[in-house]
Ligand binder design. Sequence first.
Ligand code: GLN
Length: 286
Amino acid sequence: MSEKLYEVLKRASLFLDEYNRESKVAEILLQHHLRISRSEFFMKMQDPVPSSVIERFEKDLQLHAETGIPVQHLTGNEMFYGRKFQVNNHVLIPRPETEELVLHIIELVKKKYTENPITIVDIGTGSGVIAITLALELPQATVYATDISSEALSIAKNNADRLKANVHFLQGDFAQPLIDENIQADIIVSNPPYIAESEKAAMDDTVKNFDPALALFADEEGLAAYRRIIQQAPKVLKRQAQIAFEIGYKQSADIQEIIMQRFPTAEVRCLKDINGKDRIVSARIF
Ligand code: GLN
């Protein structure tokens, strides 16, 4: 007699509990192995699960429990702003906080630029979530995205193709390829690496052992990428422009200062995330 879905799920949740891992992973993984939608999954709780599926599911479950490999690396995808993006170990797994950065840009564009054409550049695009979402949500925007990693760019391009987003991808160091191409942007957006190496020891194993170090860590107490982008920014921005960064929650004052040093007349503000932590620094440049 094969087991019912809810029984398999219950056993998996208990198993994850023993390893102090989130039980929600069991749902995501089992749904992935059954190849059904989330709503179907919850309707099929009483249905029997084929033993071949249970076997594959439990193998992945054990791998996650023992090694901390993120469930997104096992399923190969993560949702961002309501869309499914492909991910692997060459790109940062998109985080919900970054959706707020995207929302901030969308609101700003709708208010300040209404329907006018604009150019947006996403620096360090990783899986491409920011650039692709902006291209899809803001049809008047021409969107460029850079990354130093060719492996990341190939994932980003794949995501753009699958989601039918028109993004121009360029490889290179932060804004350098945009400077080389003489691109003048209205908006720079970036979620650069911002964690100091000294914080590594305290980090969760699913993050520090699996998200690429290039996407997580930066020198100068985690501020090096912001300094580099701000140093390059005058060559990329139009006279009136906006810069919006995702930041580490303790970095707001430092990053505001980095911006003010280069753009003394900028209007800089900090926005908080859903958890009430400083998460975005956004600057109007004149
Ligand atoms: N821009 C990508 C994201 O927000 C990648 C960021 C990164 O690798 N630091 O998910």
